[in-house]
Design a protein around this ligand. Structure first.
Ligand SMILES: *Cc1c(COP(=O)(O)O)cnc(C)c1O
Length: 495
């Protein structure tokens, strides 16, 4: 498969796209065409386990990798790393509604699905196109990406990983997960700002020729583990194909019958992977895009106007506290039939005015497929409580946002198409909010007392990876101004 940038025509292989992360013109790499899943292949996929399905999907995109490279990458990513042998279990919620649980990996959020595999793909890609160089992975995180990337890249040879997170914008558990990360190639820094500041800072450093020159002189090269990297997206396509196979196998769907997906959305990576699965032939009918109070995507889907000039809210679903959804640029590219100058124009307007409006045709296409909705923190808490009491299902705040927006969608449309709600984090990562939602007792003080109490009240188990944190020393305490990110990078790389 060949790849182009969303902002100017390019023609590169997947190894190049994954190594580079982002195009020099500031655009994102997208496949030039989508491989089609034949009926025969889907039949075969249905008989495979998750790793087999992942292998078959990846090889359609990574045509410059050998089968052996792909098979080894998949095995390294998913063998023994997840709580169950099947990394993405489907939990029936009620008739025709399922929770796709993507958080049984080492850091208890769905980012593991991609970030256990990305280091495998990236190191093999770098060997192909930048042999002998040390890759410097820059990450801006709203909480979950940071830890998942640290876990995936820690002590991976020929890589360094540097993570920036908003000082006051992550949950205590998320912060502890990052600040206790061991590894001889890791650096973690809080910034005085929000996630968008962190993401903008990282993008500026990527686009800074002087920094590139400096790294080059030391035989290093930047790459990205954020969902702007195609190597993050392709593993996410797999679970949308896989869930279709599971729905065929459990009798919910007959071949070709459609289903809806509901995705708690921030940077638009997860839901975009679903859109890519649809382009390959998976019959996803509607994409229900769920936001929290930072509802820039809801407005965009409803009006065709993207406007980030608005208040930024810190919510109980911090991984979705985002006003600039990077991967939306990829969707625009497809809505505009690959018109790179149209996409560049919109992105320029976004950079200059914080706002753009898409064409009538693009808006019609968007609205045919996507439904946007949002809810506030009170509604999120009420939904956690309701799901627990009525359905016996304990979910985290992000997943609750999706469940609430799905409820609103069904009320508004009466659409009873089978649906998959993407469950993106363990409730224990957001123990305070979850406990407050379901337990009226006096709330304990510390994070670990809260997780223990949550376990007692709900008769579920604290994931081992989170319980362990209690005994880990804090190793990373740096905090810098958002203008000082480049200096932190130079310092941690010893440049
Ligand atoms: C990252 C994240 C999201 C948002 O996913 P995007 O791909 O950025 O849209 C939702 N929920 C959780 C728990 C996350 O970690």
């Amino acid at each position: 498969m060949r790849f182009t940038s969303t902002r100017a025509l390019a023609d590169i292989e997947s190894a190049q796209a994954i190594t580079q992360g982002i195009s020099a013109d500031g655009g994102l790499f997208v496949p030039k065409a989508f491989p089609a899943l034949t009926d025969d292949l889907i039949d075969r996929l249905c008989d495979m386990d998750y790793q087999g399905r992942a292998f078959e999907i990846l090889r359609l995109y990574l045509t410059d990798f050998t089968d052996e490279e792909i098979r080894d990458s998949v095995a390294a990513a998913y063998t023994g790393k997840f709580e169950h042998e099947q990394p993405a279990p489907l939990h029936p919620l009620r008739d025709g509604v399922f929770m796709l649980e993507l958080w049984h990996g080492p850091t208890c959020a769905f980012k593991d699905m991609a970030l256990q595999l990305l280091p495998q793909l990236l190191t093999r890609s770098a060997k192909k196109v930048a042999d002998g160089k040390t890759m410097v992975i820059l990450v801006a995180t709203s909480g979950d990406t940071g830890k998942a990337a640290l876990d995936g890249f820690a002590d991976v040879p020929d890589t360094n990983i540097i993570v920036f997170y908003p000082q006051d914008g992550v949950s205590p558990m998320q912060k502890l997960q990052m600040t206790t990360q061991a590894g001889n190639n890791v650096a973690v820094c809080a910034i005085k700002g929000n996630f968008d500041d962190a993401q903008t800072g990282v993008k500026q450093i990527f686009a800074d020729p002087a920094m590139h020159k400096l790294l080059d002189e030391h035989n290093m090269e930047f790459s990205s583990a954020n969902s702007i990297n195609f190597g993050r997206l392709v593993p996410q396509i797999v679970y949308y194909v896989s869930v279709y196979c599971d729905l065929l196998k459990n009798g919910t769907l007959q071949k070709g019958e459609g289903f809806n997906i509901v995705v708690p959305t921030g940077n638009f990576g997860n839901i975009l992977a679903g859109f890519y699965a649809k382009q390959m032939g998976i019959p996803i009918r509607r994409f229900i895009c769920a936001s929290n109070q930072n509802n820039v995507l809801t407005d965009f889907i409803q009006t065709g106007v993207y406007d980030r000039n608005r208040a930024f809210y810190t919510t109980t679903s911090p991984s979705m506290d985002i006003l600039i959804s990077s991967n939306l640029e990829r969707l625009l590219f497809h809505l505009y039939d690959g018109d790179t100058s149209a996409v560049s124009g919109l992105m320029q307007q976004l950079a200059e005015t914080g706002k753009y409006e898409i064409s009538d045709l693009a808006r019609q296409r968007l609205q045919e497929l996507f439904f946007g909705g949002f809810c506030n923190d009170d509604q999120t808490a009420a939904t956690i409580r309701k799901l627990f009491n009525n359905d016996g299902y304990l979910c985290d705040t992000h997943t609750a946002v999706a469940a609430k927006v799905f409820e609103d969608y069904q009320t508004q449309t009466g659409d009873l198409t089978p649906a998959v709600i993407v469950s993106t984090a363990s409730p224990y990562k957001f123990a305070k909010s979850v406990l407050t939602a379901i337990d009226d007792g006096v709330r304990p003080q510390t994070e670990f007392e809260m997780t223990d109490r949550l376990a007692a009240v709900t008769k579920t188990a604290v994931p081992a990876a989170l319980g362990d944190l209690k005994s880990r020393p804090v190793l990373h305490t740096a905090c810098c101004d958002k203008t000082q990110m480049a200096a932190f990078i130079r310092q941690s790389l010893g440049l």
